[in-house]
Design a protein around this ligand. Structure first.
Ligand code: EPZ
Length: 457
């Protein structure tokens, strides 16, 4: 067994392993051109790995990206007695037959900055009758509470105890039972929580106001392969009929549309031309509409999508939303490109309350971005989350120049890299390890696209 991204892999790869404290010295001002390959989605692969805990036989997951979030889930599974074998070329074999309870400290030590431990709850409650969750991390893009998760688990009958070291959950005698649940907001994580718990609960679960992101639909496909019975209606309602046992699965992850959108924005920001192999149109329809309105051009091909500027960049007004809306993960790299559009763009963030803070560093590089902390609230908004909203007003075009910046979170960090590549002069982008949470072989890919940089530290 070896970790997906280990020192030995790094030695065999042209890409140096990026420690969190490492920095990139980037000499910008040249377009990124060439081809990058995107593999499976971080936001499916990590959840499908957790689903393997529910099977009574081995699972095989394909197209798993070499990112540190996958390594975190792998360590957490191993702490819980799951055998994980890396068969190479993105294939993981997961054997849950030795699953055991783990101590809070062990979980804490392996969870790192990830929020994934919360999704272990349902499967562990079925398997072992108890589960522990340490303090959860994830990107610092808002409070990121877990109240929807805990309320859903309580609806299945779980008992939730808050302890100084974290949270302990236990299943009632006789196990968890199906429930009627309405989420206050179509949360991705809470929908996954309900799916991973309901498939083995006794009776039927009806989940209303569910998230319907493509990665969730792919998780449903994984669970169906395992023996689950799940159906859905177009109005965000999912029905799950609990079953007594589930088997392992063999599944190829859906492609990473967030990574694909990130490279698309890199082409726009640097005036480059990037073919993103593995990207598909269907899951990116909303992104592609905005890309076109912003002056981007794309060619949909059999094996990927080619992205470049079509004409002069144009300002756009965008509001982030749950699927099928414009994803919150897309706005950060898009904003970098919008600094080069002639006119005023508005990006209204409605999913996280602190996902525009990264724009301060873009201003340091010459951008003109003002963040309005209360957004532009509309009483007609489809979800009542106004207290969380923010809006960025981007005035362009503003030439960018090099600066010394520190990566704040995954997508913000990627955005700094492309801003530095678009800028004239030299930039230092510090703390690049965070980017490895979700971008596979980022340094190799940048090199292949003609980026000029050195790794420091
Ligand atoms: C997932 O986070 C993704 N992470 C995020 O990607 C993505 O931005 C987000 O979904 C939205 O698409 C993973 O899949 C690992 P949510 P998740 O629950 O599940 C609030 C990236 O960069 N909320 O849909 O944590 C929450 O605070 C990452 O790849 C509660 O209030 O997102 C947020 O405002 C970042 N209580 C909103 O709901 C809860 O119990 C949406 O969160 C849960 C969530």
């Amino acid at each position: 067994m070896k970790p997906l991204v280990s020192a030995s892999d790094a030695a065999n790869s042209t890409e140096p392993a990026a420690a969190p404290g490492q920095a990139l010295v980037i000499r910008g001002g040249r377009p990124l051109t060439g081809r990058v390959d995107v593999k499976g989605a971080k936001n499916l692969a990590t959840k499908a790995m957790v689903a393997a805990l529910l099977g009574e036989s081995e699972s095989v997951l394909r197209d798993v990206p070499e990112i540190s979030d996958v390594n975190v889930v792998r360590s957490l599974l191993e702490v819980h007695g799951v055998r994980v074998d890396d068969e190479g070329d993105g294939v993981l074999r997961l054997d849950p037959s030795g699953a055991v309870s783990a101590h809070m400290e062990e979980i804490d030590a392996h969870a790192g900055a990830s929020r994934i431990p919360i999704l272990f709850c349902g499967p562990l409650l079925h398997l072992l009758g108890e589960a522990f969750i340490p303090d959860l991390g994830g990107c610092r893009i808002g409070d990121r509470p877990i109240d929807f998760h805990l309320d859903a688990l309580r609806s299945f009958g779980a008992v939730v105890e808050k302890l100084p070291s974290g949270i302990r959950l236990s299943a009632p005698e006789g196990g968890l039972t199906g429930a009627n649940i309405e989420l206050p907001y179509p949360s991705v994580g809470a929908t996954e929580q309900v799916l991973l718990t309901a498939v083995r609960a006794k009776g039927t679960t009806e989940l209303r106001n569910a998230a319907i992101e493509p990665e969730i639909m792919d998780l449903i496909a994984v669970l169906q392969k395992m023996g689950a019975i799940i159906s859905y209606e177009p109005n965000r309602v999912i029905f799950i009929e609990g079953v007594d046992r589930l088997e392992g699965y063999d599944h190829r992850c859906i492609f990473d549309r967030n990574e694909a959108a990130s490279w698309a924005c890199a082409a726009l920001a640097t005036d480059g031309d990037i073919f993103v192999a593995g990207a598909k149109q269907q899951e990116m329809l909303t992104f592609l509409n905005v890309y076109r309105k912003a002056g981007g051009s794309f060619d949909i091909q059999e094996d990927g999508i080619r992205f470049r500027r079509g004409e002069a960049l144009k300002p756009v007004v965008v509001e982030t939303d749950v699927h099928p809306g414009f994803m919150t993960d897309w706005q950060q790299p898009l904003i970098v490109a919008l600094t080069q559009a002639a006119g005023t763009s508005v990006v209204h963030e409605t999913v996280y309350e602190n996902r525009l803070g990264f724009t301060q560093a873009l201003n340091k590089m010459g951008a003109d971005i003002v963040v309005h902390p209360h957004g532009f609230a509309s009483p007609e908004r489809r979800v009542p989350r106004r207290e969380l909203e923010q809006a960025a007003v981007i005035n362009g075009p503003t030439p960018l120049h090099g600066a010394d910046v520190v990566v704040p979170d995954l997508r913000g960090g990627y955005s700094y890299v492309i801003a530095a590549l678009a800028a004239e002069g030299e930039s230092i982008v510090r703390n690049i390890g965070i980017i490895r949470r979700g971008y596979e072989k980022i340094l190799d890919k940048l090199t292949a696209l003609g980026a000029d940089f050195d790794v420091l530290g």
